[in-house]
Design a protein around this ligand. Structure first.
Ligand code: WTA
Length: 653
């Protein structure tokens, strides 16, 4: 892998600037040792920074692979994120500062946010939603998304947010799996000047979901829905603004046990079906709040901006729960970075005086490609800290980010974590850690990360499988409706060691003990920071009447990190045409969402298989990336590969 060679040559180190280190929320390197010595006491200390209606007396119970944290404590996430600030000095402090893609704006102070969250909680009451019921949320990046999440949290309903870019079918599958009772959506959302027809998708999804009783619709785009404004279904659909206007603004929070479920969030796995990752209240909120405070060094006057979408875990943890638990001012933006122009993000940073900026490597690579002139047009001098998440960041992109966005002065925190981990696990502490371009550096205090070989033997320097060796507060508790899969996927990698969590990533450790995440070792791809299971895309392709068989692999992509290449065998009598190629890509977009559209579709009379009939994806990857072919001796029919390769080269030229 050429990437590894580049990484090996990386010796640049950037210590925290003195002034930053002196003022940092966490500046004592002794924190690592203290946390390692007694990680339960460390996390208990972090948990006590939250407000508990009933304090916990027990910290951790660990019967691998099952953990509970703060088991006998009670708290409510919305109280921690809103009430406790609205009650005090932060009452009139902006909590959410929002800008829509067309340029409309809204600021909600903590007091106003509390009013909205209480009203929405009352709306849920009036719709018959009870503690433990699931509520699906399918919204654009508008304040209502955060209000809906916090409203669910207030009454103990389990939210299941579905990314607004997903198709009707993806939404349907998630609603069905969660058996959600209520769906919160909008008439539409704006994306690059177009309207995304969310309500129409929602209608298509609900047609095949027996459990939805009510749909609450935010009026966002004011476009006619499904061709006419009349498609609100009587008895089922109601407007958000109508319900909110009538709702009570005082709704006490329901006390939740620390181990009660806060939310589920679906993520791609190696086999077909997305997994509903289950997070509970006390442990999740503890790690979420404390990592936000320590890694982003949040101070009272910061203006914090995480550019993720609430539909992903980054949006849950580092747009909603983490920053609000810390009483921060968060910028939220609805649209794309290049609309109406390629300087939109920098215009927003200047306009709102953003001080902390958190984005994904795929975005940074796009900014690099567009050129530094867009950032130069704007005053970015308020920025003091930059973050990166979602995939490995290439050292060149890291250096570009540092120089052109961070003015060579802002520390960069490259944060490694997953939907399953709930919050950050490996990351620099900006006031302590010497950073190096491309490395997420070291495990967060109180987190135990190691590299292991296949026999669970520790690797000190070199490459191996990433493992988390002790439980952590924000860890997933199970997979919704499929507990057996929880054990099999995450705690069965090393036989006889149900205490070792396997995240599915490969990594390398250098002489300083720094981690370099190399990416997935399973069949999950990381396209533009989003996890996509190759199986899901293959199933979507095979679902098309013309397709007999499909194999999807990842290939390196300049901007997206990885892109999808699909090798497709057509049914007897179907001709491979350019139109069919386009149609298949659209078909995948309709089944899953545009993010899963393959870049290349290669029609092939056959796929390279072993004599036992297994598709040799390794060879397909070699073909897709134009490499010399690896070992082909196990191939059933070597001619298949030669033919594919000729075809692929024809496509590239
Ligand atoms: C990858 C996103 C390298 C990794 C928070 C992980 C990263 C998957 C990094 C989780 C990083 C995330 N460096 N790789 N800083 N952060 N990843 O669940 O492969 O959407 O397993 O959570 O993204 O993706 P997920």
């Amino acid at each position: 892998m050429t990437d590894i060679d580049v990484l090996l040559q990386e010796h640049r180190k950037f210590p925290p600037p003195d002034a930053f280190a002196r003022a940092a929320n966490v500046s004592d390197p002794g924190i690592y040792e203290r946390a390692a010595k007694d990680y339960e006491a460390f996390w208990a200390g972090c948990a006590r920074e939250l407000e508990w209606s009933k304090p916990f007396s027990r910290v951790l119970e660990w019967k691998p692979p099952r953990a509970t944290w703060f088991r006998d404590g009670e708290l409510n996430a919305s109280v921690n994120c809103v009430d406790r600030h609205a009650r005090g000095a932060r009452r009139d402090k902006p909590a959410l500062v929002w800008e829509g893609e067309p340029g409309d704006t809204l600021t909600l102070t903590y007091a106003q946010l509390l009013d909205q969250v209480c009203r929405f909680a009352s709306v849920l009451d009036s719709l018959g939603v009870k503690k433990g019921d699931r509520v699906a949320i399918y919204l654009p990046m508008i304040p209502e998304a955060a209000i809906a999440m916090l409203g669910c949290a207030r009454i103990g309903a389990v939210h299941s947010v579905v990314f607004g870019g997903f198709s009707a079918e993806s939404l349907r599958d998630r609603i069905v799996d969660a058996q959600a009772k209520v769906l919160i959506t909008a008439d539409g959302g704006f994306r690059r000047g177009h309207v995304v027809p969310l309500k129409k998708n929602a209608d298509d999804a609900i047609a095949e979901t027996p459990t939805i009783e009510h749909v609450v619709v935010v009026r966002r785009t004011k476009e006619p829905i499904g061709g006419s404004p009349a498609s609100m279904k009587a008895g089922r659909d109601q407007w958000w603004h109508d319900l909110m206007a009538k709702a009570s603004a005082s709704r006490p929070a329901t006390a939740m046990n620390a181990e009660d479920i806060l939310f589920t969030l679906y993520t791609s796995g190696t086999t077909g079906k997305p997994k509903g990752i289950v997070h509970t209240t006390g442990g999740y909120l503890t790690q979420c709040a404390y990592t936000t405070k320590a890694i982003f060094d949040l101070k009272e006057d910061d203006v914090y901006w995480c550019t993720a979408d609430v539909g992903w875990v980054t949006g849950h943890t580092y747009i909603v729960y983490g920053p609000l638990a810390n009483g921060a001012t968060c910028l939220m933006y609805e649209g794309a970075p290049d609309w109406p122009a390629k300087d939109r993000f920098w215009e927003l940073c200047e306009k709102y005086g953003v001080t902390i900026f958190y984005t994904a490597p795929t975005a940074i690579r796009a900014f690099m490609k567009w050129g530094a002139q867009h950032a130069k047009k704007h005053d970015l001098s308020k920025l003091r800290l930059l973050g990166s998440v979602g995939e490995p960041i290439n050292p060149e992109a890291w250096m570009w980010y540092r120089e052109h966005i961070g003015g060579d002065r802002c520390p960069i925190v490259d944060t490694w974590w997953q939907t399953e981990t709930g919050a950050t696990m490996i990351s620099p502490l900006p006031g302590i850690t010497k950073t190096t371009p491309g490395s997420a550096t070291v495990a967060f205090p109180g987190i135990f990360a190691e590299l292991l070989d296949n026999n669970a033997k520790r690797i000190d320097v070199g490459g191996g499988l990433l493992a988390i060796t002790k439980p952590w507060p924000g860890m997933l508790r199970t997979i919704w409706g499929d507990d057996e899969r929880y054990v099999r996927t995450y705690f069965s990698k090393w036989p006889g060691r149900p205490d070792l969590y396997f995240p599915g990533d490969g990594a390398k450790r250098d002489d300083d003990g720094y981690f370099w995440i190399l990416g997935r070792v399973d069949d999950v791809l990381n396209v533009a920071g989003h996890r996509i299971g190759t199986m899901e895309v293959e199933s979507a392709l095979v679902d098309h009447p013309s397709v007999a068989e499909a194999a999807v692999v990842g290939k390196a992509h300049e901007l997206k990190g990885q892109a999808l290449a699909a090798f497709v065998t057509l049914r007897e009598g179907t001709k491979p045409t350019t139109e069919l190629n386009v149609e298949l890509r659209e078909h995948v977009a309709n089944k899953i969402g545009a993010i899963a559209k393959p870049d290349d579709i290669i029609f092939s009379a056959d796929l390279p298989k072993t004599r036992s009939g297994k598709i040799m994806r390794r060879l397909l990857r070699d073909i897709a990336e134009g490499r010399t072919l690896g070992d082909t001796t196990t191939l059933a029919d070597p001619a298949v590969v030669a033919a594919l390769r000729d075809q692929y080269e024809g496509l590239e030229s």
